[in-house]
Design a protein around this ligand. Sequence first.
Ligand code: PHE
Length: 455
Amino acid sequence: MSNQRVTFGSKLGVILATVGCAVGLGNIWRFPYMLGSNGGAAFLLVYLLCILLLGLPVMITEFFIGRHSHRNAAGAFKIMAPGTKWSIIGYNGVLAAFLILGFYSVVSGWTLEYIMQAFSGSLIGKSAADFKAEFTNFSSDALRPIIWTFVFIAMTHIIIVSGVKKGIERASKVMMPLLFLILIALCIRSVTLPNAGEGLTFLFKPDFSKITSSVVLSAMGQAFFSLSIGMGCLITYASYFKQDTNLQTTALQVTILDTLVAVLAGVMIFPAVFSFGIAPTAGPELVFITLPNVFEQLPMGWLWSAVFFILLALAALTSTISLHEVATAYVHEEYNVSRKRAAWFVSAGVLVFGVISSLSFGLLKEYTIGGMIFFDALDYLTAKIMLPLGGMLICIFVGTRIDRKILKAELTNEGTIPFLFFNTYAFFMKYIAPVAIGLIFLNESGLIHRIIELF
Ligand code: PHE
């Protein structure tokens, strides 16, 4: 395995780049609206269980594969199980990266429009109905959102071609701490609003009757999406880790920070939403319609809006670069083309998906897949199917194909650091995670009910 492979420069760089990959629109845009439309605190509870029982073991396993193979998502399996079909896990991941980027870059582009609008003063003096109408008008426009999608892909592209250390690591080191500061300031603003308590109750006091199979599938999908697991992103990043990087603590830190940002995003959004009497079930538009409306009613509202959407754009950018990297590293290494050329190929492909996703809000609205517009279909297919399935296969692969001693040696840096709960981890990775994911799929598809009825 090559010793010349580029690595992240410092320990802090590793953490910030990986947290940057995990923390994104998933935490600040997707998490609140999923929670809002899936029963509030009950969703949070199931989500936290998925993070702990499924997310953490899968993340450690992906770190193992990446650093052990020093390869991209698909190449890793070719090295670890040559001549077998296991590299299908990697192809699933590379494809997922294209599909996720396809809708993710559209939402990322929306954040740029809202930053512009905040600075130009056009988010002031409007009613909730105006905000809704304007969002609908803007998102269904055939040109404006596409231009922003293009700008966002171009920004991602520039960072990617600057390389792993100078591009990804340097960008994350500046952006991630800034993101935390802005988020905390906005949380303080939100919880000091009148009636903030109602939002906190919605977020933290579970009503167990709200837990249904679709809530569980949504929570699992959200956990995988938010932690960036199941599609080889963390395999690719871990391939740039150094030999002395502590994989266990890195996984724990990334999981805790990612969950913290999601919960803080909830604390930032729900008290404000309830304080101004807005419905928490607005869906994907929650952030784009309700928040400008909330901010507008605060002193210096335009500034709060600007700050919030800058935060969202930063979070999105550190994630789009990680998604882009999965595909770029794959094309670069597996087809032996230069990194630059690989990046061009990926950007062009993503742009195609991005344009179709964006148009699916307007021009292509009539073309649905399983009743969903293209944008929603990409989200559903990736978060609820491809990532959990990828995570399940990753666990089955390591659980059945890899010698425990090799696994333990990599995760303990050749025995130089302890792994206190190794057996617990290995048990969860090999049995609990794949079985639980499988059961959630069966339950949601209604198969379990049919089997129970048979008896
Ligand atoms: N985790 C990112 C987010 O929450 C999205 C993502 C998914 C990034 C999968 C990389 C891989 O926004």
